[in-house]
Each structure stands twice: as C-alpha cells, then as structure tokens.
Design a protein around this ligand. Structure first.
Ligand code: MG
Length: 381
C-alpha cells in the first residue's frame, strides 16, 4: 500500500505556529503586492475570502483588505520539512518527495513491523502533530493516483483509507477533473460527450476514448479503472528536483511571472542543498493558456545548488521564450537535473561561486536557527 502525506497550508501553517498572535487571522505567505508578488500559501482563514495560492498578491488584497502578508521564509520551511521527513523515515526508507510538504511513502515492506498502512498513516499524522505542532492530511491506497486523491478529498486534517477492494467505489462518483492530465479543455470535451464522472468514463470502451483523445484517452481510461503501476521512487534515486505553480487564473504580467519563477528557483535550490545534491541542467516548464506546454533547458559547465545560479539561468530561459511575445501563462516550473553522482567534480570553481554556495548554506542555517525572516532574498539577486 502507498501513503500520500500532504501538509495542510504548509508555509502558512508554519508561520502561524511561529506567530501564535496571528491565530484566527487571514494569513498568506508570498511576495509583496508592490513587488508584483504571488501568494505562495494561504491559511484556511484567508481561503474563506477566496484567497488561494498562485494568486497575485494584489488580487488577494482586493478580496481581503485585512490580509496579513508574510514574506517567504524558505529556510524555516526546509528545516520543518526535514523534521517531517525524519518522521516518515521511521516507517519506511521508500519516500518520494514531491515538494517540501508532500510525499509518497511505499510502506509495503513495513507493514509487518509497524502495522497496516492505515495504522502507519495515522501514526505519522499524530507524530507530526505532536512533534511539529502541524496538521497533515493522509491518503492510503493501493497506488499513487488513488492515494493522492484520498489525501486531498477530506482536507484539512484529512485521513482517507481506500482498501484494494474499494478503489472503484471510491473513484466512481468523483468528477473527471480529478484524473491527472484532465485539464479544462479535456474536461469540456468529455462533458460534451456526456461524461461527467469517473464512473461515466468506465462505461466507455477504451478504444472510444483513444479514438478521440489519443494517448491521453488511454491514460484517462487506465486511471478511471484505478490502474496506476508507477512505483514510489525513493529520493536518493531521483533524477531531478522540481517545483511548479499552476496559477489560479492565467497570468500575463511579466513581473508576476518572474517573481514566481524566483520563488520556485529558491525552493528547488533549498531542496537540493537539503539533499546535498548538485545538478548541471536547469530546466523551465511553461504551460500557456491554451495548454500548449514547453520546456527549455540549459546545461551549465559546473554542477550547482546555488539559488542565484539556478534563478539566473531559469530567468534567462524564460526571457528567451517571452521574446516572441507575451501570452497568458497558466503554469511555470523549475527543475534541476543532471546530478553529479559520485563522480569527481571537474574544472575550476570560481571563488565567486564558492562564496555564493556559502552564502546560501549560511542563509539556510540562519533561517533554521532563528526562524522567521532574518534573511530574505529579494528579486534582485
Ligand atoms: Mg500541502
């Protein structure tokens, strides 16, 4: 069985834990409105006003003028993330992190030692609550696709177990947009064909879906039938570290897009440093309003986990794409791959780079030790 653990409103919840005086107030973490920032996380109190992550801060403030806006304190979130990771690793070594606050755990080999997957998930939730004073939602299921839906469906403080025999009953009533890969466009087309729920998909033949949607049709059919054979890939074997944001509504403002890209670069770099892994290839991913998706990569001469280097490369790749004209964008992502492994580092390291590495590590450490925002990178790095 697989457990998907996802922290509730992670960045915002960590800030609320650090600043109890803000309890009950609508709080967001993100870039400033004057700097054309984006909401990175919204507390549940803020969500009542319609404020969500990946929303421009100016929009958020319009919806909720009393919103408390806090800067992103990545170092602190990384240290809490490490603590949560340590809790996971008590129960299984097979942990695949999706972001700082979200992971798949394969507990297939742990059940003899620690009880059923359902019991392990409950234990993890209570460990996180007791040791970190934070709330996690957990989904338990025979595969990744179902586990991820299960953790999301009863948030916050969710705990949903889907036994192997219960997968179809669980999936059938859900709307088709719950299927990975079904975006607005596909959803529209499926609805036009009278398909609204996962149950409706299952009533269609696979070749009917493949005829209309090609490869995506086959993918939809498989997931609707609860079939997802993807393994949980332990982080140590991961070939890349990535982070992406889907905007609440399409964004055309270049500054907001760049601010988001800077945030994602910082997050990816912090995770690389946390794992003590450097990568050579920096990639960005852009999904336009029409769902056309592109990736652009650059391979550097030296491996890096420096926020500055990752951000500058991502920025350059992004500006190259935008040169052809600004179109509304739905999603941006940053990833680093091409890890050095055990091979010796080649070539000269410029002193500048060594300094930058030290600065990054120092900033992580200071943030961890003192919490709150002692050091925060502005856009101009
Ligand atoms: Mg989360």
């Amino acid at each position: 069985m697989i457990i998907h653990v996802d922290m509730d409103a992670f960045f915002a919840s960590v800030e609320l834990r650090e600043r109890p005086e803000l309890t009950g107030l609508p709080v967001v973490v993100g870039g400033s409105a004057s700097g054309r920032g984006v909401v990175a996380a919204a507390s549940y109190q803020a969500r009542k006003f319609g404020v969500f992550s990946a929303m421009p801060m100016t929009t958020a403030l319009r919806l909720c003028p009393d919103l408390v806006c806090l800067p992103v304190n990545m170092g602190l979130y990384v240290s809490v993330s490490q603590q949560i990771h340590q809790i996971f690793s008590r129960y299984t070594p097979v942990i695949e992190s999706l972001s700082l606050d979200e992971a798949f755990l394969d507990v297939g080999a742990s059940e003899k030692l620690f009880g059923t997957a359902a019991e392990i998930a409950r234990q993890i939730k209570s460990d996180i609550k007791n040791e970190c004073q934070l709330i996690a939602s957990a989904g338990v299921a025979p595969n990744k696709f179902v586990a991820k839906i299960a953790s999301d469906i009863d948030k916050p403080d969710g705990y949903v177990v889907v036994e192997p025999g219960g997968v179809q009953d669980f999936l059938d009533p859900l709307p088709i947009k719950r299927i990975w890969g079904v975006g607005k466009k596909t959803e529209q087309r499926l609805k036009q064909a009278g398909i609204n729920t996962i149950h409706d998909v299952r009533n269609k033949r696979a070749d009917w879906l493949i005829q209309r949607f090609g490869k995506l049709g086959e993918h939809i059919f498989r997931l609707a039938n609860g079939l997802d054979a993807r393994d949980v890939i332990a982080d140590a074997k991961a070939k890349s570290v990535s982070s992406e944001t889907t905007f609440a509504s399409d964004i055309q403002d270049k500054d907001i897009l760049l601010a988001t890209l800077a945030q994602l670069s910082e997050q990816v770099a912090a995770r690389l440093r946390d794992k003590d892994v450097k990568g050579k290839t920096i990639s960005i991913k852009i999904r336009f309003h029409d769902f056309k998706t592109i990736t652009r990569s650059r391979t550097l001469a030296e491996s890096t986990f420096s926020t500055k280097q990752i951000w500058l490369t991502a920025k350059q790749l992004f500006l190259d794409v935008l040169r052809t004209g600004a179109t509304p964008i739905r999603l941006v992502g940053v990833s680093v791959s091409g890890f050095a492994g055990n091979e010796a580092q080649q070539g000269d390291l410029f002193e500048q780079d060594v300094k930058q590495d030290k600065l990054d590590v120092l900033s992580d450490e200071i943030n961890q030790r003192f919490g709150k925002s002692k050091i925060h990178r502005g856009r101009k790095i």
